[in-house]
Design a protein around this ligand. Structure first.
Ligand code: KMH
Ligand code: ZN
Length: 272
C-alpha cells in the first residue's frame, strides 16, 4: 500500500466561533493550524478563506496570504477549495485557481447541503475542470453522493480532466450520502480501475470510523474542523493537529506508514 496521505481541512466555510472557539479564521491562525497539523503527519492542506468578520470568501488575495504563510512554515501540498460556500457564484468560487496551487477541489454534482443547495451543474463542472486544467492544477474530485461518479466519468470521457485522478468521498453531510460503512465500500467498488487514488472525509462522528476503514482499505483520509470539531463525543478538539495525530497514530498501529508531503506528491503524481 502507498503511505497514508492525511489531508487537514482546518477551517471550511461553515464552522463558526460560537460552535468552537478553536476554529482558525485569520490567515495567520489558519497557517498556524496547518503547521501544527503538518508536524503531526498531514501532507495536504485543504484550504478555505475567511473575511475578517469570519464569513467565507473566495478572494484570491486572502488565499494568497494564507498560502504564503503556510509555505513559509511547511512543505504541505496546498489544495484550495472551489466549493467555497453555498450561494457563491461559480466565478467567485473559481477565482483562487488563478494562484496555481498544486491542487483544487472539483465537486462532481449538486447536493442538498443541510438546508441549502450546493449547486454544481454540468456546465459549472466543465468550467471548473477547464480552469483547473488551464492553470496546471491537479483536481480532487469531491463526491457527496454515489451518482456524482457518473458526472466525473463524463468529465473524464470528455477529456476535461486527466485520469487516473484523485477522489474524495465526503460522507455524512445532511442531504448527501450517509456515513454508513457500506456506502464507503460501494464508493470504492465503483472507482475507475485505472490506479486512481481516493480519500474519505467523514462528517462529524463519521470521521474516525471511516478514516479507520480508509487506512485498512488502502485509501487516504481527510480530517479537520471543516468536517468535525469534536475529538470525542461532546469534547471539542483543541486543534486540528489532535485529529491528524490520532489518524497518524491509528495508521501506525495498523502497520501503515504516514506519507510526508514529498511522498504524497509521488502518490498523486505531482512534481516534487
Ligand atoms: N462548503 C461546501 C459548500 C469544497 O471545498 O470543494 C463545499 C465545500 C467543498 O467545502
Ligand atoms: Zn472544503
Amino acid at each position: 500500500m502507498d503511505p497514508l496521505m492525511i489531508t487537514v481541512a482546518p477551517v471550511g466555510a461553515e464552522v463558526t466561533r460560537s460552535q468552537t472557539p478553536y476554529i482558525p479564521l485569520t490567515p495567520e491562525e489558519i497557517a498556524e493550524e496547518c503547521y501544527r497539523a503538518w508536524n503531526e503527519g498531514a501532507s495536504i492542506a485543504h484550504l478555505h478563506a475567511r473575511n475578517p468578520d469570519g464569513s467565507p470568501t473566495q478572494d484570491p488575495a486572502v488565499y494568497s496570504r494564507i498560502i504564503e504563510l503556510v509555505r513559509d512554515k511547511t512543505d504541505l501540498i496546498i489544495q484550495i477549495s472551489t466549493g467555497g460556500a453555498v450561494g457563491m457564484t461559480v466565478e467567485e468560487r473559481v477565482a483562487p485557481v488563478s494562484l496555481k496551487p498544486e491542487m483544487a477541489t472539483l465537486t462532481c454534482g449538486t447536493v442538498n447541503f443541510g438546508d441549502g443547495i450546493f449547486v454544481n451543474s454540468l456546465s459549472d463542472m466543465e468550467l471548473f475542470a477547464r480552469t483547473i486544467r488551464e492553470h496546471g492544477v491537479k483536481p480532487e474530485f469531491e463526491l457527496f453522493d454515489v451518482g456524482m461518479m457518473e458526472n466525473q466519468r463524463r468529465l473524464a470521457a470528455g477529456k476535461l480532466v486527466e485520469m487516473p485522478g484523485h477522489f474524495d468521498f465526503v460522507m455524512g453531510v445532511p442531504g448527501g450520502i450517509s456515513g454508513d460503512p457500506r456506502n464507503l465500500m460501494h464508493f470504492v467498488s465503483i472507482l475507475p480501475e485505472d490506479g486512481s487514488t481516493w480519500s474519505v472525509a467523514g462528517i462529524g462522528r463519521h470521521e474516525l470510523p471511516l478514516g479507520a476503514m480508509a487506512i485498512v482499505l488502502g485509501g487516504h483520509v481527510r480530517v479537520g474542523f471543516e468536517d468535525n470539531i469534536y475529538y470525542s463525543r461532546g469534547v471539542l478538539a483543541k486543534s486540528n493537529a489532535e485529529l491528524v495525530a490520532r489518524m497518524a497514530r491509528l495508521a501506525r498501529e495498523l502497520g501503515r506508514n504516514v506519507a510526508s508531503p514529498q511522498e504524497a506528491r509521488r502518490v498523486l503524481g505531482l512534481s516534487a
